[in-house]
Design a protein around this ligand. Structure first.
Ligand code: MCN
Ligand code: CUN
Length: 772
């Protein structure tokens, strides 16, 4: 089925926040810090306020008077809404200017005079804990360092014992650099506070409208039932639109101050400089094995750069997200990982960009280590993986860091990959080409993803348990409307969720409309990230539809004057067991449920049903990827020749949407591996503030993807589906980097950090690798 929403998108009829026009709207612009670390000694707003079109200039002091200068982050920290004491990263919000039009607001920024007293910045996370490092968060009571948290998983002692006895140990420092989700639509908001009713309506481009409503209530003190968050069409999220940003709070404050709607739209540089980044993990990994390549254990230490405020968006018990899935797809005797989070003078946030809460970093590290082990043992990396993958009979499998993998057949996926790619022939071609002095590289990766957070007992964000609601209304004519808590940013929920209901009720997907992105019109839920929509909300939709089906059975039994137990279901119809001609369709039953029929007990009239789905576990999709590159040693240029991907996300609701998700994620992987980087100079100046500097992959950089699939249903999801949205972004960077390292093997290169730009590759060949 093709995507329902594309009919409006390809006609330019989508409605994004910027398309929302409210009468009397004022426009805002944000004044940002030019320095990475400085004390603010004075702010003079008089000239800006004198601008004929400026209505209000909001500073930290104005917010402080209303208790709004600081706001909670998603990780239990606080973040400055507008700086009062210091600025802590370049691009930090200092003042919010509201004017009659966006151009005047921008112009007036130049009229705000801020005196800064520069402080030395912490730019390299590896120096953040030095005793003489400048203290970034001197606002924190009793804390005089840049330390945020220490966290560990696994059994350290058992792991040390296995390492002590292991014949082979390979170690490597691996940087997963800071990258950015960079959605095409930047962040935007319109806040409209009605002074008469006290109702606040916020149009925002968000992935989690309900969570934002709760947060806005907490921050502003406006009662939650008087807040409505509307997230219309969203032009890409990739995690960038999970948090609340300071300008959103300023827009609310601005609307309360002016009594008018206040609109703010970020530009590209602001988005790249100041909104949530991804990764920035300095990892040290060790892998232990026997001489014949049985992998025994993994030991990992991480230094995590969280920027100036700890605003990572992940379940609160997991400060390093799901990084402890670093054991990957292998059967290990022991594993231990520890993560230390530090503050630096960089933009806050973290985790975003199709990462599944740090599975991206974990998966990249273990797949690099396995390749390095193959190099050390001089065995084929495919062979080494095949020998060590979990076997199907081991599922459900509890790994040494505590995850319970629900289902999988890993050897089958790897075998399919090798066959689809023609692995043996590829290796033969590589050998031939090497003799000609050409540098073909073949890289593999195998990943296990963990998506679909909760269960709510173990997982919450700011105290909100991770479960999702769905409400299904069936109209008298049998047409249905599904209301869901998750919010599509391009994933096609209007199509797939209609398909889920259609499948359960045996009606056409065109007979089901999906409503999302409006807190007044949808049930509460935690929203779309961590590829949780299908595993959690999809399950809620399915269970609500099954309740409708059961209700329909009772109505049908009254219509047919038989016991409900004597009815059997076939798609779209309840009929008398053994007599398929005596039956009633869902459409007939819906009409009867709204009619003057005497309804039996258990049906109040109508067929509507709802469900709050609390997942029993995450789902664990997996995949095997292979990348073929050619490297020009003269220039360091890498060209991706082929990319073969086998994905298993359980039952696929819409195969073409799944393929689209995989295509996008593979492109992300090429971007991260070869070109994307948020870099800083030693003063903390941000060096990637436009798409000229922050390179995104285009079609030219991508080969024609070669996809294959296996289907291992999730045993606990009602439809057997697992999430797919982030799989390819998680799994693909390792395949690309492993391919480049394979190509560089004749030069004795073992490892080089991403992004493998021509300069980085050339330096690696020269034996002088660029270091993060
Ligand atoms: N699907 C399916 N069968 C499955 C699994 C999924 O048909 N077995 C369908 C789903 O029903 C849905 C799509 O594939 O239409 C993705 O589903 P899912 O894996 O549940 O992921 P989410 O919908 O929760 O999307 C979130 C995920 C994340 S976290 C990021 S980041 C990301 C991604 O999706 N951001 C995206 N893909 C994106 N795609 C687009 N176009 N834009 C983004 O911002
Ligand atoms: Cu980690 S980016 Mo997605 O979960 O929104």
């Amino acid at each position: 089925m093709t995507r329902k929403e594309d009919a409006r998108f390809v006609r330019g009829r989508g409605t994004y926040v910027d398309d929302v026009r409210l009468p009397g709207t004022l426009h805002a612009a944000v004044l940002r810090s030019p320095l990475a670390h400085a004390r603010i000694t004075a702010i003079d707003t008089r000239a800006a306020e004198a601008h004929p079109k400026v209505r209000v200039v909001i500073t930290g002091a104005v917010l402080a008077d209303r208790g709004l200068a600081w706001m909670p982050t998603l990780s239990g920290d606080v973040q400055a809404v507008l700086a009062t004491d210091k600025v802590r990263f370049q691009g930090q919000e200092v003042a919010f200017v509201i004017a009659d039009d966006p151009y005047s607001a921008r112009d007036a920024l130049a009229l705000v005079d801020v005196d800064y007293d520069p402080l030395p910045p912490v730019v390299d996370a590896r120096t953040a804990l030095d005793p003489d490092a400048p203290v970034i968060r001197d606002d924190r009571e009793g804390r005089r360092d840049n330390h945020i948290f220490d966290w560990e998983a696994g059994d350290a002692a058992a792991t040390d014992r296995v390492f002590a006895g292991a014949a082979v140990v390979v170690a490597q420092d691996v940087l997963y650099p800071r990258v950015h989700p960079a959605p095409l639509e930047t962040c935007a908001v319109i806040a409209d506070h009605d002074v008469v009713t006290g109702k606040l309506t916020v149009w925002a481009t968000t992935q989690a409208p309900h969570a934002h409503r709760t947060l806005l209530a907490t921050i502003t003190g406006i009662p939650e039932h008087r807040i409505r968050v509307v997230s219309p069409d969203v032009g890409g999220g990739f995690g960038n639109k999970v948090p609340i940003y300071p300008a959103y709070v300023c827009a609310v404050a601005g609307s309360m101050l002016t009594g008018r709607p206040v609109k703010w739209t970020e530009d590209r540089s602001e988005n790249l400089m100041a909104t949530t980044f991804a990764r920035d993990y300095h990892m040290h990994g060790e892998i232990a094995s026997t001489v014949d390549g049985k992998i025994l254990a993994l030991r990992v230490r991480v230094l995590a750069d969280h920027g100036a405020f700890n605003g990572t968006a992940q379940p609160s018990k997991y400060p390093a997200g799901f990084f402890h899935i670093v054991t990957g797809s292998y059967d290990l005797e022991a594993a231990h990982c520890s993560v230390t989070g530090v503050y630096t003078n960089k933009a806050p946030g973290g985790v975003a960009y199709a990462c599944s809460f740090r599975v991206a970093e974990a998966s990249f590290l273990v797949e690099r280590l396995v390749d390095l082990l193959a190099l050390e043992l001089d065995v084929d990396p495919a062979e080494l993986r095949m020998r060590n993958l979990l076997r199907p009979e081991q599922f459900p499998y509890t790994c040494s860091t505590g995850w319970e993998y629900d289902s999988g057949d890993y050897p089958r996926a790897l075998a399919l990959l090798l066959e689809t790619a023609g692995y043996r022939e590829l290796r033969a071609e590589q050998a031939r080409r090497r003799e000609l002095g050409e540098h073909l590289g073949i890289g593999l990766s195998f990943f296990t993803e963990a998506v679909g957070a909760g269960p709510r007992k173990h997982m919450d964000i700011v105290g909100l348990g991770m479960a999702d609601g769905a409400e299904l209304r069936v109209h008298p004519t049998g047409k249905a409307v599904l209301r869901i808590s998750v919010q599509s940013q391009g994933q096609g929920h209007e199509t797939t969720f209609a398909q889920i209901v259609a499948h359960e009720l045996g009606i056409g997907p065109d007979d089901v409309d999906v409503v999302h992105g409006d807190t007044d019109a949808t049930p509460f839920g935690l929203g779309t990230y961590g590829s949780r929509s299908t595993p959690v909300s999809g399950a809620a939709a399915s269970m609500a539809a099954r309740k409708v089906r059961e209700r329909a059975r009772i109505v049908a039994s009254a219509m047919l004057e038989v016991s409900p137990d004597d009815l059997e279901w076939s798609p779209g119809r309840w009929s008398v067991r053994g007599d398929p001609t005596a039956g009633k369709s869902i459409t007939e039953i819906a009409a009867a449920a709204h009619s003057d029929l005497d309804l039996p007990d258990g049906v109040e009239g109508q067929l509507d049903a709802s469900c709050v789905y609390n997942p029993p576990n995450l789902t664990f999709p997996f995949g095997a990827y292979l990348c073929v590159v050619e490297v020009d040693p003269g220039t360091g240029q890498v060209v991706v020749r082929r990319f073969v991907a086998v994905d298993d996300c359980g039952v696929r609701i819409n195969p073409s949407i799944v393929e689209g998700q995989v295509h996008g994620g593979l492109a992300d992987g090429i971007g991260v591996a070869l070109m994307e980087l948020i870099a800083f100079d030693p003063d903390g100046n941000h060096l990637g503030g436009s798409f000229m500097d922050y390179l995104l992959p285009t079609a030219v950089d991508c080969p024609s993807w070669e996809l294959a699939e296996t289907v291992t249903p999730s045993p606990h999801h009602p439809l057997g589906a697992k999430g797919i949205g982030e799989c390819a972004t998680v799994g693909s960077p390792a395949a690309v980097v492993n391919a480049v390292m394979d190509a560089l093997r004749p030069f004795g290169v073992r490892h080089a950090d991403m992004p493998l730009t021509p300069a980085a590759v050339w330096r690696a060949i020269q034996g002088r690798p660029l270091r993060g």
